[in-house]
Design a protein around this ligand. Structure first.
Ligand SMILES: C[S@@+](CC[C@H](N)C(=O)[O-])C[C@H]1O[C@@H](n2cnc3c(N)ncnc32)[C@H](O)[C@@H]1O
Length: 283
């Protein structure tokens, strides 16, 4: 049941119109977006959500967008108070506190897609790895070796715990640090590299020539307006060319909306040629 349906007997029609339909549930924590105009109605809205989802222990109200390098939003507690929870996705479990680290259950189908196309035997690098949802699902599904790099120390702590909880210690290595320092020191090349941070991925493409295999795959995330969709893949190919790689786009799609007519996109590219490796290793 969406939020508007749950509230149709409680809010007036004009109030329903300004309420967002969707809300996010992470484990037993719900995250609502309630506009300022409905400030006086927030407790009624909370009650309706608790009635519709009886397992919830905490209800949070998101104040503003995720921000800062750790990509965390600020929240108002509307009900409960314990914000650490366990999210379940495709048989994996992730301990996470959405008030301290980034986690979005809305990206689960994208993680599923990548875990399906990865192949046994691959060496995989996940930049901006968060609490580990890409790395861990890949390791659970396929016979792969994964390195995940994350800068937020709290996310790193959860990532390490989640690796143990999902019993993939033999397959996943967690490295806490800045990809700018960590990636050049890895000393190996990868068959697949995932860059799941759409606002900053473009600033780190320069790291790829030193670590991607010729023929390797890169999953590149970005934000763009709908009117830019037609030129999205050529823009990404140009960006990679500027950084010394010839690539071809093999797939792209929207992976969620960010604002009206502005979306998150993934562009999958195959690396055909690495012309110059300013950094690090030769083939
Ligand atoms: C949008 S979140 C994605 C997290 C994770 N991939 C997921 O989907 O749940 C981006 C993550 O990148 C991390 N990050 C930002 N800059 C970084 C850097 N220079 N090196 C490593 N991690 C970084 C942030 O702390 C944050 O956890």
């Amino acid at each position: 049941m969406n939020l508007k349906e749950a509230l149709k007997d409680v809010l007036r029609e004009e109030e329903l119109k300004i309420l967002r339909r969707g809300f996010e549930i992470i484990g037993d924590v719900a995250i609502l977006e309630i506009p300022e105009e409905l400030e006086s109605r927030k407790h009624i809205i909370t009650e309706a959500v608790l009635k519709a989802h009886r397992h919830l222990k905490t209800v949070l109200r998101k104040k503003g967008e995720v921000s800062g390098i750790y990509r965390v939003a600020s929240y108002e507690v509307l009900h409960g108070g314990e914000t650490e929870t366990i999210a379940k996705e495709f048989g994996c479990r992730y301990r996470v506190d959405p008030t301290r680290v980034y986690f979005s259950s809305r990206l689960s189908s994208e993680r599923d897609r990548i875990a399906r196309i990865a192949e046994d035997g691959e060496n995989i690098l996940v930049m901006f790895a968060g609490v580990g949802p890409y790395a861990i699902l890949l390791a659970r599904r396929k016979d792969v070796k994964v390195i995940g790099v994350e800068i937020n120390p709290v996310a790193c702590r959860y990532f390490k715990e989640n690796v143990k909880m999902n019993r993939v210690e033999e397959k996943v290595e967690v490295i806490c640090g800045d990809v700018r320092d960590v990636v050049p020191s890895l000393g190996k090349r990868f068959d697949r590299i995932i860059m799941p941070s759409p606002f900053i991925a473009e600033d780190y493409v320069y790291l790829l020539p030193g670590v991607v295999k010729k023929g390797g795959a890169v999953h590149y995330y970005t934000i763009a307006g709908e009117e830019e969709e037609g030129e999205l893949s050529s823009r990404v190919e140009d960006k990679f060319r500027d950084e010394g790689m010839e690539v071809e786009t093999v797939f792209w799609r929207r992976v969620g909306s960010y604002a009206p007519r502005v979306n998150r996109y993934v562009v999958d590219v195959r690396v055909l040629e690495v012309r110059e490796s300013k950094n690090f290793y030769t083939f």
